[in-house]
Design a protein around this ligand. Structure first.
Ligand SMILES: Cc1cc2nc3c(=O)[nH]c(=O)nc-3n(C[C@H](O)[C@H](O)[C@H](O)COP(=O)(O)OP(=O)(O)OC[C@H]3O[C@@H](n4cnc5c(N)ncnc54)[C@H](O)[C@@H]3O)c2cc1C
Length: 391
């Protein structure tokens, strides 16, 4: 088989890249290790920046998003039993949209199916070769036999544990990492959310977040130690712990019920540099991870893909390599801003085991400054709604 771009991974990065390229007339094939049902069933991100929405508009997959997405003009931060609102609209004149990653993936899969573009699910043992020259090849096993795709470029959109980054010689890659000593235990429940906006909670028992996916489906998280097992948390224990961290007003409105999903996500910051190796280009979680506190993971994946789709279509249309040449540097500039913001939000809102009194006072001073200073709030709002694209 031959195609112009072989895309490894059918998460949001791979599917969105496939859709943008297809619309630009660039032929592509997507290879995915899991089934479509598995991919679409993963409960992950939920907050979209305006720039991410604009990119999904460019991909023509926003019909449902515009009908069902919830526009949020701010967030609340709770500390010592009091909630403080960060008003994005008043501070920076922008908002975000709450629309689950599951739904984004669903819309992209539907569009790919309608366009008749090729996706191979359950592609096993994917290997990448030849990307340091001009004739890259991707091999995989499917249905018991081995297949090969010859292509002009390989897009590594296969997430943090994927094969693409691992195919690059270690000497060509610089990595930066921070692993946090806790995770988020998340519960999805078919009950209306506590509030129409997200509530981030800094509590002495640990961080909590009240989020949602729709007016009738809520997503709640509590900070737990890294070694915690999800089986140790029945619904009753989860709701009890969440209640202990919420202010009285939120507690009064909290509607609990049987969880429909429960999982623990570890928190990590990670960046691999550069993001291009000859004819292999990495995008999304394959190149970088942020802790979810700043709601940036999915948004960064979308911004990488936006730059990559434009760069590849310029190359195929006009032989213009400038977008490919600047791809890594342009992405990484945005990535590092999002890494800084996600790290800062994580430091601001979590309880760190073994924190000394100085560290605690620094966190308190940061929060007090934020609640009392418009300039501090503006900085948070500017980063939360998303920095502008560099195009
Ligand atoms: C539990 C969890 C919660 C999260 N919560 C948030 C949040 O609240 N807010 C936020 O902004 N972000 C969140 N994120 C991050 C966000 O979900 C990711 O940034 C986003 O999924 C990145 O998309 P991606 O397509 O780059 O990678 P992925 O979604 O990881 O997709 C990669 C795809 O590649 C496939 N793949 C992997 N290896 C191979 C292989 N060898 N061959 C073929 N296919 C392969 C995988 O099966 C997967 O489908 C969360 C992530 C996790 C894990």
């Amino acid at each position: 088989m031959r195609t112009q771009v072989a895309i490894v991974g059918a998460g949001p990065s791979g599917l969105l890249l496939g859709q943008l390229l297809a619309r630009a007339g660039v032929d592509n094939v997507v290879l995915e290790r899991h089934t479509a049902e598995h991919v679409v069933g993963r409960i992950r991100a939920g907050v979209l920046e305006q720039g991410a929405v604009a990119t999904l508009e460019e991909a023509n997959v926003v019909g449902r998003l515009h009908r069902q997405g919830l526009v949020h003009h701010g967030i609340e931060i709770a500390f010592r039993g009091e909630r403080h609102r960060i008003d994005f609209e008043a501070l920076v004149g922008k908002s975000v949209v709450v629309y689950g990653q599951t739904e984004v993936t669903h819309d992209l899969m539907d569009a790919r199916r309608a366009a008749g573009a090729k996706t191979v699910y359950e592609a096993e043992d994917v290997t990448l070769a030849g990307f340091d020259g001009t004739a890259p090849v991707v091999r995989y096993r499917h249905g018991g036999s081995t297949h090969e795709i010859a292509c002009d470029f390989i897009a590594g959109c296969d997430g943090f544990h994927g094969v693409s980054r691992q195919s690059v010689p270690a000497s060509a890659l610089t990595t930066h990492e921070r692993v946090y000593p806790f995770g988020w235990l998340g519960v999805l429940v078919d009950r209306p959310p506590v509030s129409h906006e997200l509530i981030y909670v800094n509590h002495e028992r640990g961080f909590a977040l009240c989020s949602m996916r729709s007016p009738t489906r809520s997503r709640y998280y509590v900070q737990v130690p890294l070694e915690e097992k999800v089986d140790a948390w029945d619904d009753e224990r989860f709701w009890g712990e969440l209640r202990a961290r919420l202010d009285p007003g939120a507690n009064e409105r909290l509607a609990t019920g049987p969880s429909i999903e429960k999982s623990i996500a570890p928190l990590r910051s990670f960046v691999a540099e550069p993001m291009r190796f000859g004819r292999l280009l990495l995008a999304g979680d394959a190149a970088h991870i942020v802790p979810p506190t700043g709601a940036k993971g999915l948004n960064l994946a979308v911004s990488d893909v936006r730059y990559l789709a434009h760069a590849l279509s310029d190359w195929f249309r006009r032989g213009d390599a400038s977008g490919l040449d600047s791809y890594s540097a342009r992405c990484l500039k945005r990535v590092w801003f999002a890494e800084r913001f996600s790290w800062w939000m994580t430091m601001l809102l979590h309880r760190f085991p073994g924190s000394d009194s100085f560290a605690m006072r620094m966190q308190q001073a940061d929060l007090t400054l934020l609640f009392g200073s418009r300039a501090s709030q503006q900085s948070l709002a500017e980063n939360y709604v998303g920095l502008p694209f560099d195009d």
